[in-house]
Design a protein around this ligand. Structure first.
Ligand code: TMP
Ligand code: ASP
Length: 254
């Protein structure tokens, strides 16, 4: 088999050239990092689970008309996506005070925010992903004003929809991070949701126990990291139980 050309290796994924022009293969690794690489480790099986979880969520989002880069899952650890020009911005949506916003404004973790809040961070490991304002985005030319508007509108729609999906399976969507990319099609450019949506970039708390079911278990050395990722996949109905073909639908929590 011909060796595939590696295009980029990130902290949690490797990108390979896809089979057709304009496509990319995303390979999901078990590597976990936190605090911009200051903490590193392995979460066994994370790549397989995030591949499934992100596939499920991207497909559901596409069904309600959110444009995404996702094409199809190829195997246990790989998915085919459209090649996009990634906008170097992390869009964070928050519903509940946790993590850096709790620290910044001295808010008790777990308090509902007065309304959903969108924040922007500049994607730069060297700079530790600094928080930025719209002014920085437009002045430095990272995105145009109408792209910012579109990212905010899409992010709020994603938030509403994901809050619903997760609440049905007994999880509270505390916050999450999205990335967007520009999809070039002849002379047309479209903004689409890119990267992944998984417990690596969402905070998910059990609705009844407040137990953390996401990468905070790794960041904060809480133990049970693999089990938390598996539980999210199981509740979404995408945990392969008796092999890769044994996929169920989501299980509603009473
Ligand atoms: P924060 O509270 O640390 O700012 O994180 C907010 C959300 O964004 C949380 O769900 C984790 C996610 N996130 C990423 O996906 N990548 C990052 O680099 C950071 C800092 C946060
Ligand atoms: N994604 C960032 C890192 O890998 C930060 C985080 O998720 O905590 O370092």
């Amino acid at each position: 088999m011909a060796r595939r050309r590696k295009l980029y290796e990130g902290k949690a994924k490797v990108l390979f050239e896809g089979p057709e022009p304009g496509t990319i293969i995303q390979y999901f690794k078990d590597d976990a990092t936190a605090f911009n690489n200051k903490k590193t480790g392995t979460i066994t099986g994370k790549g397989v689970l995030n591949n499934r979880i992100s596939e499920y969520l991207m497909v559901r989002l596409a069904e309600i008309g959110i444009p995404t880069h996702f094409v199809r899952r190829l195997n246990m650890r790989e998915q085919l996506v459209r090649q996009v020009e990634i906008i170097p911005i992390e869009v964070v949506v928050r519903n509940v005070a946790a993590g850096s916003i709790a620290k910044r404004f001295d808010l008790p973790e777990g308090d509902a925010l007065p309304r959903s809040i969108i924040e922007f961070y500049y994607k730069s490991d060297a700079l530790d992903d600094p928080m930025i304002a719209e002014e920085h985005i437009t002045a430095f030319g990272w995105a145009a004003p109408q792209e910012i508007d579109e990212m905010m509108t899409l992010s709020l729609r994603v938030n509403d929809f994901l809050c619903g999906i997760f609440s049905v399976i007994g999880l509270r969507l505390v916050d999450f991070k999205l990335e967007f990319g520009r999809l070039y099609n002849d002379d047309e450019v479209r903004l689409v949701l890119a990267d992944e949506i998984s417990p690596d970039n969402c905070r998910l708390w059990d609705i009844n126990t407040n137990e953390k079911m996401d990468k905070d278990r790794f960041r904060r050395d809480l133990g049970g990291v693999e089990e938390a990722y598996q539980e999210v996949a199981r509740r979404l109905g995408v945990l392969p139980e008796a092999g890769a073909m044994d996929i169920k639908g989501p299980t509603a929590v009473q």
